[in-house]
Ligand binder design. Structure first.
Ligand code: ATP
Ligand code: MN
Ligand code: MN
Length: 369
């Protein structure tokens, strides 16, 4: 007799899927992301997450969806997502998505939240006050901009433009040089999208620490100071560490972590970049502004911080959800806590964390969920 061919089932958890940067279903996932964002703007969290999950499932497929029947055995696709897929298969576009894209409120919130330091809450407040453009905001005397927002507007053209791999590498050299000059045996690691092999990003993310526990915060401050003296620090929002291990198991495991960190805008010279800067046509300046995040976890939290800052956001969400629902464990950027054994599980590497969770190791370039 014939044995049925085993069909690989796709997991509902992004941390059990391998998702490279090659997206075979971009036409669908772009549509889902517009819908997710629109629900986020309207604070309908459940639906927002549903579309983000659906997009993530389609991103993991090594094949393109060509018929609705092909999605039959896939997880996280409900009636609404399938209707959108069907619309796109039939007409090449989704009318629901087009309606959102032409909606004034959506367009305005999208524009406002594209400014560094402006979240959905602020964008919405400005929209409700009748403001529709940057000019409206900057001309409104009663609006108080935070320092971050002021610099967001000041460097808007540069930091809303994608950062290339070559630019990320050039920044890596600058930061590496600064770190080595201060502490030769410091640990510096690229995280975020560029660690996952993305060609472009909205910023460059680094983890920075010292082999000696407790010296990491001073290192970060020294690096900032050095960048300042080199006149390449255009903006710095420094946040001191608020880490307190004593409160850990009781405290809610959270998205925001407690490590010392800084959100920077750095000045990158064209001469430092192999090739050239990403620039708009006609721009002849010799430099551009780039957003950089530096995070300094103590060395004993390094593996958790690296895993947490490597993303993607959806991959992180599902790691935590998987840990909680399938393993009765709490995972965040600091630690992994086993609720059954009532103890913290130590980890030196990301592999240790996957092993504790009983998950196959997923390489960073397979975490583009
Ligand atoms: P992009 O190319 O758009 O920068 P990215 O994946 O690098 O993509 P980031 O916003 O830079 O996105 O975030 C990288 C990772 O760091 C995310 O997975 C997120 O979970 C984590 N992260 C970002 N900001 C914080 C924060 N303030 N606290 C804790 N974790 C954060
Ligand atoms: Mn990033
Ligand atoms: Mn970042």
């Amino acid at each position: 007799g014939s044995t049925p061919t085993p069909v690989a089932t796709v997991s509902q958890y992004a941390c059990k899927r391998r998702t490279t940067t090659q997206n075979n279903n971009k036409i669908f996932t772009d549509a889902f992301e517009v819908l997710a964002e629109s629900y986020e703007f309207n604070e309908i969290e459940g639906r927002c997450l549903a579309f983000r999950r659906a997009a993530s499932v389609l991103k993991s497929l090594p094949w393109a969806v060509q018929r609705l029947e092909a999605t039959q055995d896939l997880p996280c696709l409900g009636g609404h997502t399938k209707a959108v897929i069907q619309e796109i298969l039939q007409y090449g576009r989704s009318f629901e998505v087009e309606k959102i894209l032409s909606n004034e409120r959506y367009q305005t919130l999208k524009l406002f939240t594209s400014v560094f330091g402006v979240g959905v809450k602020t964008a919405e407040k400005w929209y409700r006050r009748g403001l529709r453009s940057f000019r409206d905001i900057l001309a409104e005397p009663s609006i108080h901009l935070t320092r971050m927002q002021q610099f967001g507007f000041l460097h808007y053209g540069d930091i809303s433009r994608a950062v290339s791999e070559a630019e990320a590498r050039a920044l890596g050299n600058i930061i590496d040089e600064a770190v080595r000059a201060i502490t030769p045996d410091a640990v510096l690691a690229l995280t975020g999208g560029f660690r996952r092999g993305k060609e472009f990003g909205h910023d460059v993310d680094y983890l920075l620490t010292t082999p000696e526990l407790g010296k990491e915060e001073a290192l970060l401050l020294s690096v900032i100071d050095r960048l300042k003296h080199q006149s390449i620090l255009l903006y710095c929002d420094y946040q001191a560490s608020t880490l307190d291990m004593d409160q850990l198991p009781c405290r809610r495991f959270e998205a925001m972590d407690h490590f010392a960190k800084c959100f920077l805008i750095l000045r990158l010279e064209a001469g430092q970049v192999e090739g050239d800067l990403q620039r708009v046509e006609g721009d002849s300046r010799s430099w551009r502004a780039v957003r950089v995040d530096l995070v300094s976890p103590p060395i004993d939290h390094y593996a958790f911080a690296l895993l947490g800052w490597s993303g993607s956001r959806q991959f992180e969400r599902d790691l935590r959800r998987f840990a909680r629902l399938e393993r009765k464990m709490l995972l965040d950027n600091h630690a992994l806590y086993d609720l059954t054994k009532k103890e913290f599980l130590e980890a030196k590497t990301e592999k240790d964390i996957f092993a504790h969770l009983g998950l196959e190791y997923i390489e960073p370039w397979q975490r583009n969920a």
